[in-house]
Design a binder for this molecule. Structure first.
Ligand code: K7E
Ligand code: CUA
Length: 654
């Protein structure tokens, strides 16, 4: 509710009504208990704030009506949602429903979004959650363009496309080629491809093979989903994949500028351990940590495109796949050793270097793209892996290593030649110079930082300025809320001579992994669907859109069609009579064109709820299987007569 709009109305309301829905002015909510006066000094003293605290507060405080400079798009982890956060205020602006039904947005409670969620099914199973890890904003020439964002589901390998025109999920693609994923999603510099990489090897295309056949039957893979910018959709028929050995491919990144056309994948478990701790084998974690080195996968996707075009693929689970042997023969795939159990791989803004963090190592290793290219041109290999992939010599492929600390994971960049690396075991952010690979500053965070993000920090022209530590543990940072604690996003200011901690944002939805931060003015979202009758999935007029004055109820072979409009403060028709057992098709258009004039719609006891933003059209199909009287009403407090925006859905007995 907008307080300005509500205040006059509130005053006019009878007290009893006002108590229920009234927006309490913020000033009345702030506790000033124990504060004797209101001067800054007195407030600081009463609340026990230092000058540094006040300085931090002034840098984040955003007065009512003032807007943020950046948006963070954060993975909502198991929540399957995307979280939109403003910077520097760190106010949560929205959850965008993606893999999980979300009632406020009516996501998964009406026909269009139900159908969309169904396209994310696997093996015919409907899925109502996702494990989102890495959102990827669409890019043009290696820079965020603010048009789309892609997200992944690690548990149930899927990729979703979210349109930033209206912050709505518009597509989901799921390939049954792979059984889990993680190096996903990462885009090539012009968003030609969205990369999705398998994590835990399995027989490609599904099916059974015992773990004793791990080396021969299990495989990794990377899918290159082709994105059609004009359509704003991934085109599965134009997508393809490459087969990898059964290592656990981890994170990925696409080359840019100097390294455009190449992609990089980390791997762990080159030992090919399979666990079996009750079968007399070492547990997976120790079996997978025997080798000193794993393999960075260096892949020429531009050349791979040609190989696909030439038809040198086999089709598995409907996907054109470049076989591992073909990838080797065609010179598409090379390995370079990387220190023990690597995690993040991040290409520098100029595309010339690749930074790898090793979980069980103390370094960030900086690989030189130019050196690797030279080694490939000279065919200078240090042997081959058991599957025949050529291995480039480690020492000759790197520029050097930065001594970071215990457990470096992920790296982002600023626009001044520096890198920020998250240091998990130490719970620190390390800022270091790409020039001399020396640490400049280390800052404690709370606690156990996973990903790190900087403003536009993985583009060709990063801002730096703001850095966010995405901490896995909060421990003592917030009031206790039972054993399950929120994660903690810590906003750090890096515009001054040294990094300064500004703000702790609890994320009450877990577990977020990666996020990206984009300049707010790059996002040009609409506020009203124009003209009225738009299907938010297609961004086109829905075939069942209803115009004012054309509301009606029609009986057809497939059931009762109710063509309904919503406008403050009534639905037309507001009485719907059907017979027990009839299939009902509700077609509802919010014919309003005023910003924020959203209505919601429900028919009680039928698990139906839709959100009708101004101009939006939704369809809802269900069977009226039980005779009765069911109130239907608007669920958004849209007007003074919102409570009267209601009607009856009557199901007559047969
Ligand atoms: Cu959590 Cu990127 Cu999935 Cu690292 S990953 S922390
Ligand atoms: Cu429409 Cu309340």
């Amino acid at each position: 509710m907008h307080p300005k709009r509500w205040l006059p109305l509130l005053l006019a309301m009878p007290l009893a009504t006002a108590c229920v829905d009234a927006a309490t002015p913020p000033s009345a909510q702030a506790s000033t208990a124990g504060v004797q006066g209101q001067s800054l000094q007195e407030l600081m003293q009463a609340r026990g704030l230092t000058e540094a605290d006040v300085n931090a507060a002034l840098k984040t405080y955003t007065p009512s009506g003032k807007k943020d400079e950046y948006f963070i798009f954060a993975s909502g982890g198991h929540g399957g949602n995307l979280i939109v956060i403003g910077v520097p205020s760190m106010r949560i602006l929205k959850y965008v429903a993606v893999f999980t039904p979300e009632p406020w947005q009516g996501y998964g409670y009406g026909d269009q979004t139900n159908d969309l969620l169904k396209t994310g099914s696997r093996d015919g199973r409907a899925l109502t959650w996702g494990d989102m890890h890495h959102p990827a904003l669409s890019e043009t020439a290696g820079d965020y363009d603010g048009q789309y964002i892609f997200v992944n589901d690690k548990a149930n390998p899927r990729v979703a496309v979210v349109s930033l025109e209206d912050f709505t999920t518009v597509q989901m693609v799921a390939s049954e080629l792979i059984e889990s994923e993680h190096g996903s999603t990462f885009v090539t510099p012009n968003t030609d491809y969205v990369i999705e990489t398998a994590q835990y090897p399995a027989p490609l295309g599904g099916g059974y093979a015992d773990l004793s056949e791990y080396d021969t039957k299990y495989r990794g893979a990377a899918i290159f989903w082709k994105f059609d910018r004009k359509k704003g959709r991934i085109v599965p028929e134009d997508s393809w994949a490459v087969e990898f050995p059964p290592y656990m491919q981890d994170l990925a990144d696409a080359g840019k500028l100097a390294s455009d056309g190449w992609a990089f994948f980390n791997s762990i478990n080159t030992e090919r351990a399979t666990g079996g701790n009750l079968e007399g084998k070492p547990p997976l974690e120790s079996g997978a940590s025997q080798n000193d080195m794993d393999y960075l996968h260096v892949f020429d996707w531009k050349k791979a495109e040609e190989v696909v075009k030439a038809g040198k693929t086999k089709t598995i689970a409907g996907m054109r796949v470049i076989a591992l042997q073909t990838a080797i023969d065609e010179g598409l795939l090379y390995f370079v050793p990387e220190p023990k159990s690597p995690h993040g791989i991040d290409v520098t803004p100029d595309g010339k270097e690749m930074v790898v963090g090793g979980k069980l190592d103390t370094h960030a290793t900086v690989y030189s793209f130019e050196k690797m290219q030279q080694l490939i041109a000279d065919q200078k290999f240090d042997g081959r892996d058991p599957y025949g992939v050529p291995i480039l010599p480690f020492r000759d492929a790197i520029r050097g290593q930065a001594e970071i600390g215990l457990g470096p994971l992920h790296t982002q960049f600023d626009g001044r030649g520096n890198a920020y690396t998250s240091v998990f075991i130490e719970s620190k952010v390390a800022k270091w110079s790409l020039k001399d690979l020396k640490v400049i500053e280390k800052m404690p965070v709370h606690y156990n930082i996973g990903h790190i993000l900087a403003a536009e920090g993985d583009t060709v022209s990063p801002d730096g300025n703001y850095v966010v530590a995405m901490n896995k543990w909060a421990i003592d940072r917030f009031a206790d809320v039972g054993p399950l604690l929120p994660q903690n996003f810590q906003l750090i200011d890096d515009r001054g001579p040294s990094m300064q901690l500004l703000y702790d944002l609890p994320i009450p939805l877990g577990e977020p992994h990666y996020s990206q931060m984009i300049k707010a003015d790059k996002i040009k979202s609409i506020d009203v669907y124009k003209p009225a009758g738009i299907n938010a999935l297609t961004h086109q007029i829905d075939p069942f859109a209803v115009k004012g004055g054309e509301e009606r109820i029609e009986r057809k072979a497939d059931g009762v069609h109710v063509y309904m409009t919503a406008v403050r403060s009534h639905f037309t028709p507001d009485t719907v009579r059907v017979k027990e057992g009839e299939t009902v098709h509700l077609h509802i258009t919010n014919i309003e064109q005023a910003k924020d004039a959203t209505h919601g719609f429900t028919v009680g006891s039928h698990n139906i709820h839709v959100s009708l933003e101004p101009g939006k059209h939704v369809n809802v199909t269900f069977v009226a299987d039980k005779p009765g009287v069911y109130p239907m009403y608007c669920t958004e407090f849209c007007s003074a007569l919102h409570l009267e925006m209601a009607g009856y859905f009557l199901v007559e007995p047969k």
